[in-house]
Every structure is written in C-alpha cells, then in structure tokens.
Design a protein around this ligand. Structure first.
Ligand SMILES: *[C@@H]1O[C@H](CO)[C@@H](O)[C@H](O)[C@H]1NC(C)=O
Ligand SMILES: *[C@@H]1O[C@H](CO)[C@@H](O)[C@H](O)[C@H]1NC(C)=O
Ligand SMILES: *[C@@H]1O[C@H](CO)[C@@H](O)[C@H](O)[C@H]1NC(C)=O
Ligand SMILES: *[C@@H]1O[C@H](CO)[C@@H](O)[C@H](O)[C@H]1NC(C)=O
Length: 514
C-alpha cells in the first residue's frame, strides 16, 4: 500500500509537470464529438490466462507458446489472470473513466474444440464481465476472433486455409450474438485479417507457422506464395458471412453495429522519385486495400490481381455481393509509419514470389535504415501525423465510412514503466493527430488505447508492456498498479463524466485535490 501511495504522489507531481510543460494538451475531451467514445482494450488469450480451466481447450496460440516459440519462452497460461480478476478489472475500467471497453471472446473457451456444445462456464464468465461493464454504463466492443483459433479445427482441416472455417466461424458467432448481443453495441468479427494472413502463412512467425522456402524459416508445412491470399480470401468470406448473419437475424432487435478491423501503418515514399511514390501506393493497396477494397468495392485492388495473378483467389459474383458493404464501421489498429522504396528491379518477374515480393517494395523505419526484409519493422517510428494521414486517406479513398481506432499504443521494454511519460507523449500526440483528421472531416467515432493493462504480447511475450496499468507478472496475484498514463487518461476523460453524470471517479478526485 505504501508503495502505491508513494508512487501515486510521484505520479501526480510528474503529471502536473507534464500538464504545465511540453506535453501540455492542446485539446480537451470537449473538443471531440459528443457521441465519440474513448476506451482501451485487451484480447482473450493475451489477458485471460486460465488456459486449461473450466473446460477451455487449446488454441493455436497455446500450441505455439508451449512449443517454446516465443523468444522469452513465455505462454499465456496465466497472462494477466483476467479470467479470475475480471471484477477488479471492471472496477479499474470504471475508475479510469473509460467510456468503452474492447475485449475478445475466446472461441476455444466458449465452444471447446471449436464446434458443438456451448461451455456453460464460459457463458457465465463472459456474462459476468459484460454485466459488470453494463452496471457502470461502459460501452461494450467485442471482437469475436483475436488470432486464437481452436487447435482442434486447425488439426481437423487446417483452419483458415480451408473454406470449411466459414461455417464453423458463423456457428460460433451465432452463439455470441444470441447470448451476449442484447448488451454488446459494437461487434468486430476478425482482428487484423491482413496480419493473420501474412504472419501466420507467409513468414510463419505466428501460429500455425505455415511458410515455405525461401520465404519463411523452419516451417514444416505451408506455401508462402499462395496461402496468405487463400487465408485472406477465407477471412473476408467468414467476416462477411457473419455480418450477414448479424444483420439478418440480430441487428433489428439488438441495435448494435458490426465492423471490420485491419492493421494499418502509414507509408511515406522513401524519396520523391515516381518509382518510390508508386511503390508507396502499391504498399497501401497490398497492406490495407487487400481487406478494405473488397469490403467497399467488392473486389481486390487491381495491382494485387495483376502482381499475384492466379495465386490470389477471384471473387465469384455471389462472393463479391456478400463482401461488398459488409461493415457498419471500419476499425483500424495503428501504431507506426514506414518509408517505402521501389523494389521492382530486384524482384523476379518469373518464378515464385510471396506476398512481400508481390508488392515490389521494401520498407524502412527511418530514412537512414537499410531496407527491412519483411513487412514488420522491428523498431517503431513514433509518428502521430501518420494517423491523421491514414484517417484522411480512408476518408478520400473509401468514401468516409465511420472509423474506430481500435488499437493505438506504445510498447516499452523497460522493466519499470510505471512512470511512463513517453507513453503519455505518444498517446497525446496520436490523439491530437486524430482530432486534426476529425476537424478535416474524417468520420472517426472512437479511440481505444492498446492495452488497458500489461498483457502477454504476441510479438514479445512479457518483454514489452503496452498497458495503462502495470501488471506484476512475477506476483502470483498479478497485482495491477496504475501508471502515469492511467492517471493522465482518466484526467483527460473526467470532464465529460463530470458534466454528464456528476460522477467523480477515485482518480479524478485525487487529481482535483492537487
Ligand atoms: C530455425 O532452426 C534452426 C535450427 O534448429 C535454428 O538455429 C534457428 O534459430 C531457427 N530459426 C528461427 C527463425 O526460428
Ligand atoms: C506453392 O504453390 C505454388 C502454386 O500452386 C506451386 O507452384 C509451388 O510448387 C508450391 N510450393 C510448395 C513449397 O509447395
Ligand atoms: C531491470 O532494471 C534493472 C535496473 O535498471 C536492471 O539491472 C535489470 O537488468 C532490468 N531487467 C530487465 C529484465 O530488463
Ligand atoms: C495474494 O493474494 C492472497 C489472497 O489475498 C494473499 O494471501 C497473498 O499474500 C497474496 N500474495 C502476494 C504475493 O501478494
């Protein structure tokens, strides 16, 4: 307790310095539209733990982590123990003044082995979590699939590689809508289908580790030249089928909305050359257009069809009609920007190419870096302006649909990140950039910090922390401690609360007394 009080006093002091100093916000909560929501998020495998409890069966992430695939050899067996600590977490969400909370449902917990009977213990857990949020008036945003496929479906037919995934995913979604849809306002069927296809089926870095020589390393199965495109296609069909199901069976009575999530980074041309500018547009089409273009226009971007040829599936007429318009909002996960240069002279025009090679482009984090081999830069450029450009790009190119920033956040490697002034700078910078886009007419509806608390990170296990709350992963109780960023965010949000409900949270009161 004393430690908490001491760090609290330190934090408040630091916070006041930040508010007075260079980190001063040039905007307030009131500058955002009244119906805009601010929140934070987590995902099932990353936060819940209780991996083998109450009937949950393994997902492909359990298999992956248990075969020692993470650099730090970690697993999500316990993670932040959210399964047992949800009551405390709901209270923290409330105390932080969050207006919305984003989490995902674990498919292998709700329907063990992926198909068949519903697990009553899982129903009880998610109902408790949802009812806790409802009690505090927090808007509920649910992702159905955050990379955690039931291992049983992977074993049975290869998961996302097979079109059989569509029916199983629909049956799972049907249970979620039926059981929870009366209280959930925003549904997102799939997280980052573009990253899922690339990281899991091209480089083989994520489970189920599919790749083929020379495009990935150490895979025993896969084909990097075709599987990413097949998985992307099956993902779009699964997404759109679930959207149709929701619209036909549930939306009329439940009044929620359903959207599509995509991972984005903003791309800058490495130079002003026409070739680099064209490569930058190609990269946007491959990375983002791959998912959004079919949803808006009913087909893949022309450049993808041209460069991937017969390796990218064609939409049949009925598939195109299914996919086109299958979203009420777009959700983007956005962390960073990259530089893109043309690589068309170094790419084999014949012979096998993977998704990366088909882009005819190479990426760099900064202008000084050598070209990155694969699409994910290992280092992050902090570039708030990139978010504004991304939002205005979506506005211009895709008809200004409603957009939620479903993930934006800052990872820190340091083992003491309670005093996370850098995260405050990052978040305030990106929020300001988002506000600039809104002022320029971008139809942005909400913003979610990744992550609400420190969790198991899919890229770095427990070596990277993104949370507003520090989780002590060495402590059996996984104690949560607010970081400076938690106080900062809660203080930013309190104005609306005070105005709307006269409700003062614990933190707002502490800050007000200073
Ligand atoms: C691939 O396997 C080799 C031999 O087991 C190992 O030395 C190497 O680190 C592995 N590479 C990756 C990226 O896992
Ligand atoms: C991958 O698929 C392509 C196109 O069907 C084929 O030419 C190639 O031989 C396959 N590669 C592997 C490793 O199976
Ligand atoms: C944690 O911080 C201490 C003190 O700065 C340092 O000695 C130690 O190596 C750090 N541990 C990790 C895992 O970063
Ligand atoms: C964890 O919580 C239990 C029950 O509240 C308590 O008895 C125990 O001392 C705690 N452990 C630590 C390391 O704080």
């Amino acid at each position: 307790m004393r430690r908490v009080v001491a760090s609290l006093l330190f934090l408040v002091g630091l916070l006041l310095k930040i508010i007075e100093g260079g980190g001063a916000l040039k905007f307030t909560r009131e500058d955002f539209p009244q119906d805009f929501v601010f929140g934070a998020g987590t995902s099932a495998y990353q936060v819940e733990g209780a991996a083998a409890e109450d009937g949950r069966t393994p997902s492909i992430w359990d298999t992956f982590t248990h075969s020692g695939r993470m650099l730090d050899k970690s697993t999500g067996d316990v993670a932040a123990d959210g399964y047992h600590k949800y009551k405390e977490d709901v209270k923290l969400i409330h105390d932080t003044n969050l207006e919305a909370y984003r989490f995902s449902i674990s498919w292998p917990r709700l329907i063990p082995n992926g198909r068949g009977p519903v697990n009553p213990k899982a129903l009880e857990y998610y109902n408790n979590l949802i009812n806790g949020l409802v009690k505090y008036g927090i808007q509920i945003h649910v992702t159905l699939y955050h990379l955690d496929l039931p291992q049983a479906l992977e074993d049975e037919y290869g998961g996302w590689v097979s079109p059989r995934i569509v029916d199983d995913f629909m049956a799972y979604a049907d249970v979620c809508f039926r059981e929870f849809g009366d209280r959930v306002s925003h549904w997102t069927p799939l997280v980052e289908p573009n990253v899922n296809a690339m990281a899991s089926y091209d480089s083989g870095a994520f489970p189920p580790n599919h790749c083929s020589y020379p495009f990935g390393l150490n895979c025993t199965v896969g084909n990097s030249t075709v599987e990413p495109y097949i998985v992307g296609h099956n993902s779009l069909l699964a997404h759109a089928s679930v959207v149709r199901l929701y619209r036909e069976k549930y939306q009329g009575v439940q009044n929620g909305v359903v959207g599509a999530n995509v991972y984005t980074f903003w791309c800058y041309p490495f130079s002003n050359s026409a070739a680099d500018i064209a490569a930058t547009q190609r990269s946007m089409d491959f990375m983002v257009g791959w998912i959004i273009h079919p949803l808006v226009f009913g087909d893949y971007p022309e450049v993808m069809k041209k460069n991937a040829g017969s390796r990218i599936p064609s939409f049949t007429k009925s598939q195109s009609e299914l996919v086109k318009g299958a979203f009420d909002f777009l959700g983007i996960n956005h962390y960073t920007s990259i530089y893109v240069s043309d690589n068309s002279n170094n790419v084999p025009k014949t012979g096998l190419r993977d998704f990366n090679a088909d882009m005819f482009a190479t990426f760099r984090v900064t202008r000084d870096d050598p070209p990155a081999g694969k699409f994910v830069p290992t280092r992050m450029q902090i570039d708030p302006a990139g978010l504004q450009y991304m939002l205005e790009y979506i506005k211009e190119v895709y008809g200004n649909p409603p957009v939620y920033i479903q993930e934006n956040g800052y990872g820190q490697k340091a083992n003491d990140t309670i005093h996370d002034a850098e995260r405050v700078d990052y978040l305030s910078g990106y929020m300001g950039s988002m506000l600039s886009a809104i002022k320029n007419g971008a139809n942005v509806k909400g913003y979610f910090v990744w992550s609400f608390l420190d969790v198991f990170e899919v890229l770095a296990g427990y070596q990277s922390r993104y949370g507003l709350y520090y989780v002590d992963f060495e402590d059996e109780n996984r104690t949560r401690t607010p970081k400076l960023s938690a106080y900062w965010y809660s203080n930013f949000l309190k104005k609306k609360l005070l105005k709307n409900s006269k409700r003062r949270s614990k933190y707002a009161a502490i800050l007000a007394e200073q």
